[in-house]
Design a protein around this ligand. Structure first.
Ligand code: ADP
Length: 386
């Protein structure tokens, strides 16, 4: 693949959300549950993932598993541009962490046979940071900006002009004497990735010709991904072992690949190196990842919600303190999955447990009307579920 990631390569796929969760949890009153960076089911990349992910990323669109609609649409966008001999439209990739946004950006460059430059929103603090990237792009280059919703405001305006007219205005001088000198830049394709599409200003969103929403993967697709990764890592993985890992991976390839590595270690040290269902189960039990992919933090959140707050509604920050975590960690890494699994719901008055939460924790579901019945604090007649 003809990638030419230059000097401003930052850590693609990474994010600093996890790193804030760990250190000060004990000082917040609640019992510390699990430092965010220790979570084997975190969708965010840790240092270990970054080392290995390069080797596991599919390099071409044909090797990219799942997201069939996105793959087909994207292949038309790229093929069309190649036939016309033009650079393709700018592409926005939106979706939760670990679903393949960085991978797709790399695939776009590979399919176009174009060089790739990688940077991220937080690295672009001033317009000058962006100007120096834009003005050194070569014709047809793909520029990947991860976490594009975090690009600083003044740089954002520069980006509009660059995306639309392939031009930047370089401002010389300060105050009333300042002059803007227009500078043509090479025609390029911007690939922006965001986990928070709602935070993107409309003028920026509108300048992308193609937007792809990545969704969580089905267990069968994750099964294909772990089998492929096992092949690349030289792991002997039985069909039932792949199924077991896929079922606990929370719809997220990054987690599937990480669980595979943990299970491989277990298989090599405690068994004959072959990953079967039984080995995968034993290994993941050790890491406290349950059948549905919930870990200690998820269960702590559910159990606080059910036992301490009678099923809610309770505010996010109160809930976070109860489990000794940062509110942001609970919001970004635990809650979306719990909501998706139908164990928890977000309501205007706070978080509530669904009857499935009691069931998941092996507790009897309270009778309607009981003090701890889900949503007991709501006026009668309020429908929360169903
Ligand atoms: P994001 O940028 O959305 O956080 P990445 O592109 O970094 O996610 O993907 C995380 C990991 O998951 C990578 O190692 C990649 O190999 C793997 N991965 C993601 N999507 C797929 C897919 N569709 N097929 C195979 N592997 C995938």
């Amino acid at each position: 693949m003809s990638t030419a990631g230059g000097a401003d390569v930052t850590s693609p796929g990474g994010s600093d959300v996890t790193s804030r969760g760990g250190s000060d949890v004990t000082s917040r009153g609640g019992e510390p549950v699990l430092a965010a960076e220790e979570r084997v089911v975190s969708p965010l990349a840790d240092a270990d993932d970054r080392l290995i992910e390069g080797a596991l990323r599919p390099k071409r669109l044909a090797d990219f598993v799942g997201q069939a609609r996105v793959r087909e649409q994207l292949s038309l966008v790229l093929e069309g541009a190649l036939r016309r001999g033009r650079v393709p439209d700018h592409v926005l990739l939106s979706g939760p962490p670990g679903l393949g946004k960085t991978t797709i950006a790399m695939i776009i460059a590979a399919e176009l046979g174009a060089p790739l430059r990688i940077t991220s929103g937080p690295a672009i603090e001033r317009a000058g940071d962006l100007a120096s990237v834009l003005s050194t792009l070569s014709e047809g280059e793909v520029l990947f900006i991860d976490e594009i919703h975090r690009v600083a405001r003044p740089a954002e305006e520069m980006l509009y002009l660059a995306m639309e007219d392939f031009r930047v205005d370089v401002v010389i001088g300060k105050g009333p004497g300042a002059t803007a000198i227009p500078l043509d830049i090479a025609r390029f394709t911007l690939v922006g990735a965001t986990t928070r599409a709602g935070l993107l200003p409309a003028p920026l969103r509108d300048r992308f010709g193609f937007t792809a929403y990545l969704d969580f993967y089905e267990p069968a697709e994750l099964g294909v991904i772990v089998r492929r990764s096992a092949g690349l890592l030289g792991v002997t993985l039985r069909e039932d072992g792949a199924e077991e890992i896929a079922g606990r991976s929370r719809g997220t390839p990054r987690i599937a690949n990480r669980l595979l590595r943990r299970v491989r270690d277990f298989a090599e040290v405690r068994a004959d190196g072959v990953v079967t269902r039984q080995i995968a189960r034993a290994a993941l039990e050790l890491y406290e990842v349950d059948d549905n992919g919930l870990d200690r933090l998820d269960r702590a959140v559910l159990s606080a919600l059910v036992s301490r707050f009678g099923g809610g509604p309770v505010g996010l920050s109160t809930l976070a303190v109860a489990v000794g975590e940062e509110a942001e960690t609970v919001e970004v890494v635990a809650e979306p999955f719990l909501v998706r699994e139908g164990l928890m719901a977000r309501t205007p008055r706070g978080r509530v447990a669904t009857p499935a939460a009691w069931e998941h924790l092996g507790l009897p579901v309270p009778e309607p009307g009981a003090a701890a019945y889900p949503g007991a604090g709501y006026p009668p007649g309020t429908t929360l579920f169903g």
